[in-house]
Design a protein around this ligand. Structure first.
Ligand code: PMV
Length: 289
């Protein structure tokens, strides 16, 4: 009834931003990511029949937001797998939490793995990915090595919404540099931001339409190992997602002045002949491909 697991973060090259079902945490569209070495979460889990509620620490301290999300996930686990106990969860990130460096992706991937091990479930990869998705949509992709594609699925129960491998880690000579512009936690969670955009942004439907086009182009670019095309599509896709956010009412603006400075530098690098492209998640950090 106890286990420790480690999972890496990932960066989306075609982003997930919008849900088709909030309760089951189902994405409205697919997404493509690459799993990142060097940014990871290590989680220890112990089910304990003496506990009356789940105890959660993040980097050695209590964190209210993390505790709420982990408890919701563990409640789902108890119902799904018929477990009577609450759990101690200790989780450590090797990078800043909650500031757009995909801590929920590595976090819920590690937690899903730890649940699988602690309960001896031995779930097949698709079911494990779908389990992680209940915690965080992007976590479903962190259980795949290399390039991952998340399938939105069509089933009402969402069990066909999971990630599979699109290409091996060495399919492209790609490195990712994360430029940290602030270590402050972000102002709005991804889930809240997505829902706000769905309800108020006049560009949201256009964004979901763009994802279908970018998924097709990105699959082709990765299969051809065409780094230039991968970078160009990824940067354009990230800008389209942020356009959807900026068009919401009131706007969802995760960027700060440092974010724009990094975008400027990367544009200059490209003008001077260096292959580099930007992508930005729901936070102010810039990942440079
Ligand atoms: O996994 P969530 O619910 O934190 O959503 C992730 C959203 C983005 O990071 C902005 C995009 C993505 O595909 O990872």
């Amino acid at each position: 009834m106890h286990a420790t697991a480690i999972a890496p973060a990932n960066i989306a090259l075609v982003k997930y931003w919008g849900k088709r079902d909030r309760a089951l945490n189902l994405p409205a569209a697919g997404s493509i990511s690459v799993t990142l070495g060097g940014l990871e979460t290590r989680t220890s889990l112990r089910f304990d029949d003496d506990l009356e509620e789940d105890r959660v620490t993040l980097n050695g301290a209590m964190d209210a937001g993390t505790t709420v999300r982990v408890r919701r996930f563990l409640q789902f686990v108890r119902e799904r797998f018929d477990v009577a106990f609450h759990a101690h969860v200790e989780t450590e990130n090797s990078f800043p939490t909650g500031a757009g460096l995909a801590s929920s992706a590595s976090g819920f991937a590690a937690l899903a793995l730890a649940v699988d091990k602690a309960l001896g479930l031995d779930l097949p990869p698709a079911a494990l990915s779908a389990l992680a998705r209940h915690g965080s949509g992007s976590a479903a992709r962190s259980l795949v090595d290399g390039f991952a594609e998340m399938h939105p699925g069509t089933r009402e129960d969402g069990e066909d919404a999971y990630a599979t491998q699109l290409a091996a880690p060495d399919a492209l000579p790609l490195s990712v540099v994360a430029a940290i512009t602030t270590t402050a936690p972000k102002t709005m969670s991804s889930s809240e931001g997505m829902e706000h955009c769905r309800k108020t942004s006049p560009y949201h439907a256009a964004w979901i339409g763009q994802v279908a086009i970018d998924l097709e182009a990105m699959r082709t670019a990765i299969a051809a190992a065409d780094l230039g095309a991968v970078g160009e599509i990824a940067e354009h896709n990230a800008m389209c997602m942020h356009a959807d956010m900026l068009a919401a009412r009131p706007p969802v603006r995760y960027w700060n002045a440092g974010t724009v400075t990094v975008l400027d530098h990367v544009a200059e690098l490209r003008t001077s002949g260096t292959d580099a492209w930007c992508t930005i998640d729901a936070g102010p950090q810039v990942k440079v491909l």
